[in-house]
Design a protein around this ligand. Structure first.
Ligand code: PLP
Length: 440
């Protein structure tokens, strides 16, 4: 191959050339197939090459691909925002479209700050977040991310936002056990708020199921109910970063739906366009919008491609396909099947410490010794070795990074397209077992 001018994740690595995709498989230019067990970056939620989506893209492109949001509205954006409102029972009634998850979380906190400003509480500016979290790579989003490996090189540019410990039951930061812990990790929010001063705090942002920074870490029941009630008590906006978990990944429109908790603001991304177009969204409740509607009547943010017709038409077709194939109602059954098979692998390989998750967002954490739960070193050598062996053997897995403090584990995420079949899940587990055997 000619010299590449593309800055790739690893400059000296030899990446295969993707040629085309069909269903849950990606084919490279040599014709080799890769079973996509992680939907790329937990994004290709309906797999590749779906004709309905391609047709919708073509139809919209023939009509009009781009208009600028301060000059025109457009049918696709209007329809998509209505459908999203409907899917949240008209609780998150307003949507602001952006291009990436990082922009969606940054827009969320901007709207939170603007809400308080227009409500006459300009001191409420602090953002609370958790360690072991990832809200995006741009500087504002990275500031709120408790992802020490990704923060490390840029700390001088970041605000020090993460303050809460994660709800990481496998390695409880407080050395406690559920349920006798009394959900201490959630209750601690109240201590933090009192220390900072509720009159200074604008919002709390959390990933309902921790993705890239932990590997599908799922809190116990009651955790989000408690966080939300503390936020309400102190007038703090509750923001759900559903960029990875939203749009059906866990079997519900929002992962928080599983706990019956309604966020004030939610960020969507990844599965919204399912990889067919770059699109993300910040969804906002009437309560949050009200002072802005009665005040400046404009959100002080926006991007050139915000609400562009092509991306919106794509996302609309994706959500309609999820509905027409009734994919969400099948997620739990598929997830149970897959988890059961993965647990079988756990009994065979002693270095699989934990298997967890919600719906088709599954984490597998590795340990040097199962009893001591000793993590592998921070460079996640174990994970990266496993991922490269798996890819060589035709299986794609997603890494979840270890933290810098030696307390975090080393994990992968398994999150195949929602329309994966039972036979394909069998093949996924067969390929994973082969990779684990080769690593062992
Ligand atoms: N929020 C969460 C929970 C994510 O998992 C990610 C990406 O992995 C982001 C935000 C950032 O999204 P993007 O990479 O589209 O900017």
């Amino acid at each position: 191959m000619q010299q590449s001018h593309l800055i790739k994740p690893l400059l000296d690595a030899d990446y295969p050339l993707a040629d085309h995709g069909k269903g849950i498989f990606i084919y490279d230019s040599d014709g080799k197939d890769y079973l996509d067990a992680c939907s790329g970056a937990v994004t290709a939620n309906i797999g590749h090459g779906m004709k309905e989506i391609i047709d919708a893209i073509q139809k919209q492109a023939e009509k009009i691909a781009f208009v600028y949001r301060s000059q025109f509205t457009n049918e696709a954006a209007e329809k998509l925002s209505s459908l999203l409102a409907e899917k949240t029972d008209n609780h998150l009634n307003w949507t602001f479209f952006v291009n990436s998850g990082s922009e969606a979380t940054e827009t969320a906190i901007k709207i939170a700050l603007q809400h308080w400003l227009e409500k006459g509480k300009p001191k409420k500016t602090k953002v609370l977040s958790r360690w072991m979290s990832y809200h995006g790579i741009t500087l504002g989003a990275l500031s709120m991310s408790g992802h020490s490996v990704r923060r490390e090189k840029f700390t001088s540019l970041l605000e020090d936002w993460p303050v809460l410990e994660p709800p990481y039951c496998y390695r409880c930061p407080y050395g406690k056990e559920f349920p006798t812990c009394g959900l201490h990790c959630a209750a601690h929010l109240e201590t933090v708020i009192n220390r900072v001063g509720a009159d200074q705090v604008a919002c709390l942002i959390v990933e309902p199921v921790v993705g890239a920074a932990g590997g599908a870490i799922t809190p116990p029941d009651g955790y989000y109910e408690k966080l939300k009630s503390i936020c309400e008590k102190y007038e703090i906006l509750f923001i759900a970063d559903e960029v990875m978990t939203g749009c059906g990944r866990t079997g519900a429109m929002l992962a928080l739906d599983h706990w019956g908790v309604k966020p004030d603001i939610a960020a969507l991304g990844k599965g919204l366009g399912a990889g067919y177009a770059p699109i993300a969204a910040t969804m906002v409740s009437d309560k949050v919008m009200e002072p802005i509607q009665n005040g400046t009547k404009s959100i002080m943010s926006g991007h050139t491609f915000s609400a562009n017709p092509l991306s919106c038409a794509t996302a609309l077709a994706v959500l309609q396909l999820i509905d027409s194939e009734d994919l969400l109602s099948k997620v739990e059954e598929k997830a149970n099947y897959l988890q059961k098979k993965l647990k079988k692998l756990q009994s065979e390989f002693s270095f699989i410490g934990d298997i967890r998750g919600k719906g088709l967002l599954i984490g597998m954490e590795f340990v040097k010794g199962i009893e001591a739960k000793e993590p592998f070193p921070r460079e996640f050598i174990f994970t990266s070795k496993l991922i490269s062996i798996a890819q060589k053997n035709g299986l794609l897995l997603y890494p979840a990074a270890a933290g810098l403090d030696g307390r975090h584990g080393d994990a992968i995420i398994i999150a195949p397209p929602l329309n994966i079949t039972e036979d394909e899940m069998d093949e996924l587990c067969k390929r994973l077992r082969e990779a684990l055997l080769e690593l062992n």
